[in-house]
Design a protein around this ligand. Structure first.
Ligand code: PEP
Ligand code: MN
Length: 352
């Protein structure tokens, strides 16, 4: 499947789970009517608790095929093991996704990769693992590329964070976006298209629109959004599914950015950033050098490496400086915590 776009962005939408043939068909038709070209519906649902709705399973493959025939949309579902992958391929699905819980497990990913070996037709979407470990995510993508799967796409769906529960403040997400993780994935794998799944980050429908815009602002290639013809009746993820009409409003309001960067003024500003960064790195290297000399001095004079009084003075002074210059003190504090940790580590190494 070659991915095409909606307003230059790739949009995949559909219910969290296929629940009945009627729910699948009416959701799909409503989505096709607003221009969505890719339809998702989970058939095998990995749930936290047993005894909850775990998906309709294999029977739903026929419903997805019906969507394909009747709407022309390309269709896909989640695969969590080799058997799911075999069934999805046999049913002629256009794409499958590996869910966050499965990406966390390299054996399961490998089993799925082995079934999809040399598959040039199907697109495989790989959601980020539950924990913010970019290497685990990259590793799962590599397992697919290594066996010859040609179309692999990454999907950012946020990360488990004990603080991000729905009991928290009004504006808390179900999963923490930790945007730096997908940004790092993109740096490591620039050719792999990157989508955002705002539904599983948000956990509630009111927060979906803002996350869609944020993803576009960060240059994501598209969105995978949960939509249900009657969200209030959904058997899973009831709080986060949108109606197709709501999705239409969100898509129409999205500000889509120009993706080709040919602006001269921007190039000049970037070159300023490049020189400032080189000053920063140079200063850091010099600082680390002095820090090693201090380590050596402490070792010769039998002094402890960390001296709390001195560390407090440093932080205090740098925060005051930051405030004077209108910099975020939170940011400067975080940076100094990292620098201090690196200095202490360097001094420990020296003194061994
Ligand atoms: C889903 O897309 O319905 C799903 C279960 O997602 P995740 O693996 O991101 O939790
Ligand atoms: Mn879901």
């Amino acid at each position: 499947m070659v991915l095409s776009t909606f307003n230059s962005q790739l949009i995949i939408a559909g219910p969290c789970a296929a629940e009945s043939e009627q729910q699948v068909i009416s959701t799909a038709k409503a989505l096709a009517a607003i221009g969505v070209k890719y339809f998702r519906a989970g058939l095998w649902k990995p749930r936290t608790q047993p005894g909850t709705f775990e998906g309709v399973g294999e029977v739903g493959l026929q419903w997805l095929r019906r969507v394909k025939v009747e709407t022309g949309m390309l269709v896909g579902t989640e695969v969590a093991n080799a058997e799911h992958a075999r069934l999805a391929v046999a049913a002629g699905l256009d794409f499958v996704w590996i869910g966050a819980r499965t990406t966390t497990n390299p054996f399961a990913v490998q089993e799925i990769a082995d079934v999809l070996k040399n598959n040039k037709e199907i697109t495989v979407l790989v959601k980020n693992p539950m924990n913010p470990d970019v290497n685990l995510w990259v590793g799962a993508i590599k397992r697919l590329l290594k066996v010859g799967v040609e179309h692999v796409v990454a999907v950012h769906r946020g990360f488990f964070n004990a603080q991000c529960t729905m009991h928290n403040a009004q504006l808390s997400y179900r999963n923490d976006p930790y945007w730096y993780v997908p940004i790092e994935l993109r740096r490591l794998m620039p050719k792999v298209p990157l989508l955002c799944d705002p539904s599983h980050i948000a956990g509630k429908k009111e927060l979906v629109a803002g996350l869609c815009q944020k993803a576009l602002d960060l240059d994501f290639d598209g969105l995978m959004i949960e939509c249900h013809c009657c969200p209030e009746l959904a058997l899973s993820d009831i709080e986060q599914q949108l109606t197709p009409a709501h999705l239409k409003v969100i898509l129409e309001r999205l500000v889509v950015h120009e993706r080709v960067d040919k602006d001269k003024e921007l190039a000049e500003l970037r070159s300023k950033i490049d020189s400032l960064d080189s000053i920063l790195i140079d200063a850091l290297a010099k600082r680390m050098h002095v820090s090693r000399e201090i380590g050596e001095y402490k070792r010769q004079h039998n002094m402890p490496i960390v001296q709390t009084g001195r560390y407090n003075d440093v932080i205090q002074n740098r925060l005051e400086l930051a405030e004077e210059l209108g910099l975020s003190t939170d940011l400067v504090k975080q940076i100094y915590e990292l620098i201090h940790e690196a200095s202490v580590n360097a001094q420990c190494v020296e003194s061994r």
